[in-house]
Ligand binder design. Structure first.
Ligand SMILES: Cc1cc2nc3c(=O)[nH]c(=O)nc-3n(C[C@H](O)[C@H](O)[C@H](O)COP(=O)(O)O)c2cc1C
Length: 199
């Protein structure tokens, strides 16, 4: 059985984040071939290119964490019809210094939840644009805009509505298939892949 390591970003810093609940639910519902680790973004200072010659430990840890996984999953809220500043800041750190963009050739997927009816759709569109520029092969479908109703997911990441649980399980099955296809085209073990990853 081929396993893939997935690093997930939670775009919210809030203690009671509904997106963190969603992230935990997704790790529980995913195929066993996917292994998860959270990539933390809360301790990063605000990015400036002044740091490019000497990244602080938290930013080096961020880039190391991304390098150690096969794919990344973004689970993000929508703030003012875009992604939260904390998540954009983390992406900016990981994309630099120039020539060492951590997302290049790294498969990704986006999902998010909001109490609003459109379930983070606008933020996700912005994030798609950012990840395209960062040269991340991004899963186009299934799109997943989750309207969070009270009690939908408990603190343990248990989904209380069967249809949502099935949808999320299928989303993760699709992501597993997508990662598999990317690495079937360019296997992880080839020198070609390693060279591209470093760019
Ligand atoms: C600064 C701010 C901006 C927000 N803007 C939006 C928005 O544009 N669209 C939306 O659906 N919800 C918006 N919300 C409500 C969030 O969806 C809600 O707070 C949600 O719980 C955030 O996810 P989290 O709990 O994972 O942080 C906003 C909340 C905050 C604090």
């Amino acid at each position: 059985m081929t396993t893939f390591r997935v690093g997930y970003f939670v775009g919210s810093l809030a203690r009671a984040s509904i997106n963190r609940k969603l992230a935990i639910a997704l790790t529980r519902l995913a195929p066993t071939e996917l292994e998860f680790t959270e990539i933390a973004i809360g301790d990063l200072p605000l990015y400036s290119y002044d740091y490019d010659t000497n990244f602080p430990p938290s930013a080096k840890a961020l880039k190391d964490a991304i390098a150690s996984v096969d794919a990344v999953l973004f689970v993000t809220p929508e703030y003012n019809r875009s992604i939260p500043g904390a998540l954009k800041n983390a992406i900016d750190w990981a994309s630099r210094p120039w020539g060492t963009n951590s997302f290049s050739r790294k498969p990704s997927a986006i999902i998010g939840t909001s109490p609003g009816k459109i379930g983070t759709a606008v933020a996700q569109q912005h994030l798609r644009s950012i990840l395209a520029f960062c040269n991340s092969p991004l899963m186009n479908a299934i799109e997943a805009y989750i309207e969070f109703t009270p009690g939908l997911i408990n603190d343990d990441g248990e989904v209380t509505v069967d249809s949502t649980s099935e949808f999320l399980a299928n989303y993760m099955k699709e992501f597993h298939g997508y990662i598999t296809r990317v690495y079937t085209a360019i296997p992880r073990t080839t020198g070609e892949y390693r060279a591209q990853s470093a760019s």
